[in-house]
Design a protein around this ligand. Structure first.
Ligand SMILES: CC(C)(COP(=O)(O)OP(=O)(O)OC[C@H]1O[C@@H](n2cnc3c(N)ncnc32)[C@H](O)[C@@H]1OP(=O)(O)O)[C@@H](O)C(=O)NCCC(=O)NCCS
Length: 328
């Protein structure tokens, strides 16, 4: 087989070792050997839909999407997230990304009768998505940061009655919060029910998520998912409380807990005012001087064959309520 000769076919579970090599060639990161098994085949919402370009001795490219349980316009529905887009440096600019993506969208249509997608791509693929594949960029998630020193020193006011502990495995108290919390604002959001949350948070993500669980009077009242993979920067990936009107009691202790290690906390500027105000009240600010591994902003892109999902205009940024936990 020559360098120009690739066989395009659906991705298979035993592609994992070759996908690890391809990922390293594209992103410079070595993932754990069971990463793809977890992400593509253990998702309770369903298996990956994706294609590879097989060059015989290695993979030249991969494109795929994973299903997620969403509620859109009040109705439960499957939305697919685009992720891990990669073409080996020696095989780029030959249309492989676009070819594999179009095959994937056909496969999703075949599986579900529709093809409704979201993505949070890196800069290298953004133009391919919007210029060649019919996606629309509808939003940029801006990064907010606060030094951990500032978060730790934040005055304790009404939150003395709240205790916080770290939970690092599935726990029924987390499920109680997920079930009892008020629904996100907006008309389109991923349903982080128990099984999907456990897979996403306690699976084998390289972000090494942890959960800070807040209780009051022995009852679990709120949680914060944060990353444990960097000694310096901790991402606040997801925040949820049972009684959002009492957030000023549980939000500061949760954030102080996550700020125990490292130099800086960061998150996306929330699309919803209530959460945005909480972050602001803890000293989070947009920081134009953010350097290094923290991106300045992440684009949200969407695609749907009809432009509508459950009657909602899919490219309307006001629809969405997303926190960084969902980024892939
Ligand atoms: C992004 C990436 C997947 C593109 O793969 P590819 O197979 O080379 O893409 P294609 O040949 O199908 O190109 C599709 C279109 O994307 C755009 N594009 C691709 N690479 C580009 C580049 N380096 N600069 C500008 N535009 C680019 C072009 O519009 C291109 O169409 P054209 O060649 O007709 O102009 C590949 O460069 C890659 O793996 N990069 C590193 C990993 C990464 O960042 N992945 C994205 C994570 S979301």
């Amino acid at each position: 087989m020559t360098k120009n000769d690739v066989c395009v076919r659906p991705v298979k579970a035993n592609d994992s070792p070759a996908l690890l090599e391809l990922f390293e060639a594209c992103f410079g990161t070595r993932l754990s050997t069971d990463y793809f098994a977890w992400k593509y085949y253990e998702n309770p919402a369903g298996e990956v839909s994706g294609f590879v370009a097989d060059a015989g001795d290695r993979l030249a490219a991969f494109y795929g999407v994973i299903p997620e349980p969403w509620t859109v316009g009040g109705t439960d529905t499957a939305i697919f997230q685009s992720m891990d887009t990669m073409t080996h440096p020696e095989f780029r600019r030959r249309g492989l990304f676009v070819r594999l993506a179009e095959l994937t969208y056909d496969d999703v249509r075949h599986r579900t009768g529709r093809c409704d997608l979201v993505g949070i791509p890196g800069p290298a693929s953004l133009f391919g998505f919007t210029g060649k594949l019919g996606w629309t960029k509808i939003h940029d998630f801006e990064v907010l940061t606060v030094p951990t020193l500032v978060a730790r020193a934040w005055p304790k006011r009404g939150d003395r009655a709240v205790t916080v502990e770290c939970v690092d495995r599935p726990d029924e108290r987390i499920h109680r919060i997920l079930n009892a919390a008020s629904k996100p604002e907006g008309d389109a959001w991923p349903r982080l029910d128990g099984a999907f949350f456990d897979w996403r948070v306690f699976g084998r993500s390289p972000k090494q998520f942890r959960v800070a669980l807040a209780s009051s009077g022995g009852q679990p009242i709120a949680l914060c998912v944060y990353t444990g993979n960097s000694p310096r920067a901790t991402q606040i990936s997801y925040v949820l409380g049972v009684e959002s009107d009492k957030a000023r009691e549980w939000f500061p202790p949760l954030l102080r807990f996550a700020a125990k290690h490292g130099v800086v906390l960061y998150t996306w500027r929330p699309q919803r005012q209530r959460l945005a105000a909480l972050y602001r009240s803890m000293g989070f600010r947009a920081n134009p001087l953010v350097r290094g591994s923290l991106p300045r902003r992440s684009p949200l892109i969407v695609r749907s064959d009809t432009g509508f999902v459950n009657g909602m205009a899919w490219a309307d940024p006001q629809l969405f309520d997303l926190q960084p936990l969902m980024q892939d």
